[in-house]
Design a protein around this ligand. Structure first.
Ligand code: SF4
Length: 695
C-alpha cells in the first residue's frame, strides 16, 4: 500500500470502540496527511473502515481547528497567548477555591482520549485541583454496562471474550444495538458466523439495518427490556436449556431468579413488551439451542433508568447457558467511544481511582496517593455523577468547571438545564480542537490536538490495549491534553506532580497505579503492545500473557460465583399520558459520531445526513395528518423541537425516533429525560413521553 514519497503510520481510527486498524498516509515532502488506508493485518477489523473512519483524517487540518487559546472578552472570543490563558486560569481557579474551597472547581472529562489522558484527568482533578467533583461523559455511555457487569461478575470488562472468536459463535443475541450503523466494521464477523449457520436475534424497537439481517427481530416497546429479558429467562428455564452443572458450580441466586421469572410467561411478556408470543418463543429456542452463543448489548438497553437491571438480566441468559469463560461465547457491550473502557479503570469516575479501585477504600487511597506523591488525607472524597454535577452548579456548590474532550451541551439529557447551568458558572475552561457547543459557553478555550498528533494507547471494546501513533506535528499552537494539564499544574504550583516528558511516562505511572487492582495494566508496556499487536487487561505482570477471555476459572465476586439477578419489571421513569401519548427514543446514524462536533464538519458525512429528523410509522403519521417530509413539532414535558418527518414502516407504530448528533435547537436532548438509574446514575436517554403535531 505504501506509495512513493509517502510514509505509513500504523494506528487506529479515532472514533468508536472498534478502534479499527488503519494506516495514515503522510507526505514525506510536506509532512501533511494525505489519507488513510485500512489495516488488513489488524485481526479485529481485517481491512475494514466505515465512512467515519475513511474521512477521519479530514479533521486534522480542517479550517475550523482552534489555532490558539481563546479568551472571552466582552462576550466574544479573542485569540491569546498560552501564557495569558494559563494566567487567566490560575487567577480564576485560585480565586474560586480561596472563596469557596477546593470543590468550587470541577472537572468534566471524556473517553474519546488515550488511556494516558484519561488517567491524567483524574489525577489533575484530585491531586492538582483537589476537588471531589470529577466525572465524565462515560456516565452517559457505558455506566450501566459497568454497573451490571460489576453486580453480576464482580469485574467490569466490556467483553468477556476476544472479538476474533465471534466468527466461531453459533448465535448472537443483540439487545439495543444497531451494530450495522454504530459499529459497522463488526458486521463482517457476524456475517462470517452466519455463513456457518449462526443465528441472530435482535432486540430493538426499530427494524434497523442490524435487525433486518436477524432471524428474529424482537421489536419491543422502548423501556421494556427487563420484562423481555425475564420472559426469555423464563423460557430458557422452562424448556430445559439451563446448563445445570455450570449454574450449580459457578452461579449464585438461581432459585430466586427462577421464582422471579415464573410470572413472565410468553403471554405476560408479550403484553408488556408488545412483542408477539411467537417471536419470543422462537428467540428463546434459537438462543437456548446454540452451543456457543454471545449476548451483546448497547445503549438501547443501557441508557434507561433500569439500565443496570437490563444488563444483569441479559447477562443472566449467558450464565444460565453456561457461556461465560468459554471459547466463542460470552457477554459483550458495544462501547461507544474510542477508549470505551476509559474513565472507569483510569479514575475519571466520581467514585473510582485507577485500577478500578474504590475511592472509599482506605487501602486504595493509600496506594494511589503513594503513586501520585500526595498525602492520603489529601485525597478528595467521592463526588457526584456527570449529570448531578449540573445540579451542584445550580445549588452553588460548583462555581468553576474544566471540560476536557467532552460536549455535554449536546450530549447530556434535558440539555436546556445544562445550558442554564453552564451559564451560571463563574468560570468555564474547555479543551477541544473544534469550538464545540460547550466551548461556546467557555471563558477560556484551550486548543487540544487531534488523535493523529499525539502518541498513546487506548483500550478497545474487547479490553485490548492498543497503540495510537503520532502521524503529524500539532497544528498551529495546539497541544496534547496531557501537556495542557501539565502546564496548568505548573502555574498552580503543582508541576512536581506532573513530571512527564512524553505519553509513555504517563502510561508507566498508570501501570503502577493499576498494579494490584481489578483492572491491572501493570504487565502491559508500549514495547509489548507493539510486539504482540495489543495486550488484553488484566495483565498483572510482565510475563503474564494478558487475558483475552475473562472468568475462565472464577468470577471476581467474593465467593467466585456470578450473581444471577432477581429483578422485577418496572416502568420507565416517564410513561405516556393523555397529554404525551407516545414514546420518544433516540439513537445514532452511521455518518455521525456522538455529539457530532467532529463529523458535522466533514463535508461528505454532513452531506449524507445534514439534519436530525423524526422517524415515524405511516399509520401513526396518518392519525396526526402528517405526510412524509413535512415539518413537525415534537414536545416532551421538558421542551419542543421542530424537525422533518421521515415515514418508515421499519419502526413501531407507537414511537418516535430522532438521532442525537446535533446541538442547540436541533438537539433532541432538549427533550430527553434526566431520570437516573439508581446504581449507575445513567440518564434515561432512550425513553420518554412525547407528543407530535404537524406545523
Ligand atoms: Fe471503525 Fe468505529 Fe472508526 Fe468506523 S468509526 S472506522 S467502525 S473505529
Amino acid at each position: 500500500l505504501q506509495r512513493a514519497g509517502e510514509k505509513l503510520i500504523t494506528t487506529h481510527c479515532s472514533y468508536c470502540g472498534m478502534q479499527c486498524g488503519m494506516h495514515i498516509r503522510v507526505s514525506e515532502k510536506t509532512g501533511k496527511i494525505k489519507g488513510v488506508e485500512p489495516r488488513y493485518d489488524w485481526p479485529v477489523t481485517l481491512g475494514k473502515l466505515c465512512p467515519k473512519g475513511v474521512t477521519a483524517y479530514q479533521q486534522i487540518d480542517h479550517p475550523d481547528r482552534i489555532k490558539r487559546p481563546l479568551i472571552k472578552k466582552n462576550g466574544a472570543f479573542v485569540e491569546s497567548s498560552w501564557e495569558e490563558a494559563l494566567h487567566v486560569i490560575k487567577d480564576n481557579v485560585t480565586r474560586l477555591q480561596q472563596e469557596s474551597g477546593p470543590d468550587a472547581m470541577s472537572v468534566f472529562g471524556g473517553v474519546s482520549m488515550t488511556n494516558e489522558k484519561c488517567y491524567l484527568v483524574g489525577k489533575y482533578a484530585r491531586a492538582v485541583l483537589g476537588t471531589r467533583f470529577i466525572d465524565y461523559n462515560g456516565r452517559f455511555c457505558m455506566s450501566s454496562a459497568a454497573g451490571g457487569f460489576l453486580k453480576t461478575f464482580g469485574m467490569d470488562r466490556g467483553s468477556t471474550l476476544p472479538w476474533t472468536e465471534l466468527e466461531h459463535s453459533d448465535c448472537f443475541l443483540m439487545a439495543g444495538s444497531n451494530t450495522a450503523e454504530c459499529h459497522p466494521t463488526s458486521i463482517q464477523m457476524f456475517w462470517k458466523a452466519r455463513d456457518r449457520g449462526a443465528s441472530m436475534i435482535v432486540i430493538d424497537p426499530r427494524e434497523t439495518p442490524t435487525a433486518r439481517i436477524a432471524d428474529v427481530h424482537l421489536d419491543l416497546l422502548p423501556g421494556t427490556d427487563s420484562a423481555l429479558a425475564n420472559g426469555l429467562l423464563h423460557l430458557i428455564i422452562k424448556e430445559g436449556y439451563v446448563d445445570e452443572a455450570y449454574v450449580e458450580e459457578r452461579c449464585a441466586n438461581f432459585e430466586e431468579l427462577k421464582a422471579q421469572t415464573a410470572l413472565f410467561t410468553p403471554a405476560y411478556t408479550s403484553k408488556i413488551t408488545g412483542v408477539s408470543e411467537e417471536k419470543i418463543i422462537r428467540a428463546a429456542h434459537l438462543y437456548g439451542r446454540a452451543q456457543k452463543s454471545v449476548v451483546m448489548f448497547a445503549r438501547g438497553a443501557e441508557q434507561q433508568s433500569k439500565g443496570v437491571d437490563n444488563v444483569t438480566l441479559y447477562s443472566a441468559l449467558a450464565l444460565l447457558r453456561g457461556q461465560i469463560g468459554k471459547f466463542a461465547s460470552g457477554v459483550a457491550t458495544f462501547t461507544g467511544q474510542g477508549n470505551g473502557q476509559g474513565g472507569r479503570e483510569h479514575g475519571q469516575k466520581s467514585d473510582l481511582l485507577p485500577g478500578y479501585r474504590k475511592i472509599t477504600d482506605p487501602e486504595a487511597v493509600k496506594h494511589i496517593s503513594g503513586v501520585w506523591g500526595i498525602e492520603p488525607e489529601a485525597m478528595p472524597k467521592p463526588g457526584v455523577s456527570a449529570f448531578e454535577m449540573f445540579d451542584e452548579i445550580q445549588n452553588g456548590a460548583i462555581r468553576g468547571m474544566h471540560v476536557i474532550c467532552s460536549n455535554p451541551a449536546v450530549s447530556a439529557p434535558n440539555v436546556e438545564y445544562v445550558w442554564d447551568s453552564l451559564k451560571k458558572l463563574d468560570f468555564l475552561v474547555v479543551n477541544d480542537f473544534f469550538l464545540s457547543e460547550t466551548a461556546e459557553f467557555a471563558d477560556v478555550v484551550l486548543p487540544a490536538v487531534s488523535w493523529a498528533e499525539d502518541e498513546g494507547t487506548t483500550t478497545n471494546l474487547e479490553g485490548r490495549v492498543i497503540r495510537i501513533r503520532k502521524a503529524v506535528e500539532p497544528l498551529h499552537e495546539s497541544k496534547p491534553d496531557w501537556q495542557i494539564l501539565k502546564e496548568i499544574a505548573q502555574v498552580l504550583g503543582k508541576g512536581y506532580l506532573f513530571p512527564y516528558e512524553k505519553a509513555e511516562d504517563i502510561f508507566n505511572e498508570f501501570r503502577l497505579a493499576t498494579k494490584g487492582g481489578k483492572a491491572d495494566y501493570y504487565g502491559i508496556t508500549y514495547e509489548r503492545i507493539d510486539r504482540e499487536n495489543g495486550v488484553f487487561w488484566p495483565c498483572p505482570s510482565l510475563d503474564h500473557p494478558g487475558t483475552p477471555t475473562v472468568f475462565k476459572g472464577r468470577f471476581e465476586t467474593p465467593d467466585g460465583k456470578a450473581v444471577l439477578p432477581s429483578v422485577p419489571w418496572q416502568e420507565p421513569g416517564e410513561v405516556p399520558s393523555e397529554e404525551f401519548p407516545l414514546r420518544l427514543t433516540t439513537g445514532r446514524v452511521v455518518y455521525h459520531y456522538l455529539s457530532g462536533n467532529q463529523t458535522r464538519r466533514i463535508d461528505f458525512l454532513r452531506d449524507q445526513c445534514p439534519y436530525p429528523y423524526v422517524e415515524m410509522h405511516p399509520a401513526l403519521a396518518s392519525r396526526y395528518g402528517i405526510q412524509d417530509k413535512e415539518m413537525a413539532e415534537i414536545t416532551t414535558p421538558r421542551s419542543s423541537m421542530t424537525v422533518e418527518v421521515k415515514l418508515t414502516k421499519a419502526t413501531r407504530e407507537d414511537i418516535l425516533f430522532i438521532p442525537y448528533h446535533w446541538g442547540k435547537e436541533l438537539s433532541v436532548n432538549k427533550l430527553t429525560n434526566a431520570c437516573l438509574d439508581p446504581t449507575s446514575r445513567m440518564p434515561e436517554f432512550k425513553v420518554c413521553a412525547a407528543k407530535i403535531r404537524r406545523i
